[in-house]
Design a protein around this ligand. Sequence first.
Ligand SMILES: [Ca+2]
Length: 250
Amino acid sequence: MPVATACGEVQVLLDESFESGSPPQWTRVTGDAYSSYTVSKNNPSFVGSNFDGVTGDSFMLFGSGSNRGTIRLVLETVPGREYRLTYNCGGTDSWSVPQKSQSLTFYAVINAFHGMKTVVNHVGQLVEVEDLEQLASKTHTFTTPGSSNWTIPRWESAELTFRASSSVTRIQFNTPTTSAMASVGVLDSVLVSALPFVSLKGSSSGLVLEYSGMLETSSDLKNWAPVAPQPANVSLLGTVNGTKFFRVAK
Ligand SMILES: [Ca+2]
């Protein structure tokens, strides 16, 4: 999971293509051995398959029939800032069971985790549950061809943007409506990045401007030029003479 935080670039929180096995930061929430593991067309189990990842050979495979898979990623986020999730998903037929075309639903949801809260359950008892706030979600529907081999007919790319409201954000993928044992969800090329931002922060040394993206400056709000070199942050007291404006561009 390469993480780039250099200023002058978009801050990347996650860039995962599953090429080096099952990444430890992903948690299998539900599912069995057929759920939530990394495969490639080079695995001995899948010789002769039509598997191809979106990026590289490997991808995540999860949720087979009644063994519905749910995987989760936990991210550290800054409340108030915006982020973008992009991913590629699809469905595949599995092994040589009696085949017919199957329908598969693939679901992505992003939740802010606000800790635990106490609620009254359906029989009047107080129970502790997770305090989740849904920030974004997307549902995909795939039809698998019903072939007697592992085949991914198409990959679908998707994008979700969200504004974090907690320091803990969860991204979860699952296949809630797999039908029979012949359709499985696939996932590849998951990218999470922070959208460009600027913020002012007070510190003992004065005002500090923090940002991600390309920092540009202007003295008249008309002519903008990139700040070179791109600084880690900008201390505004003692270094700026006259009026200066800053903005970030992608
Ligand atoms: Ca891949």
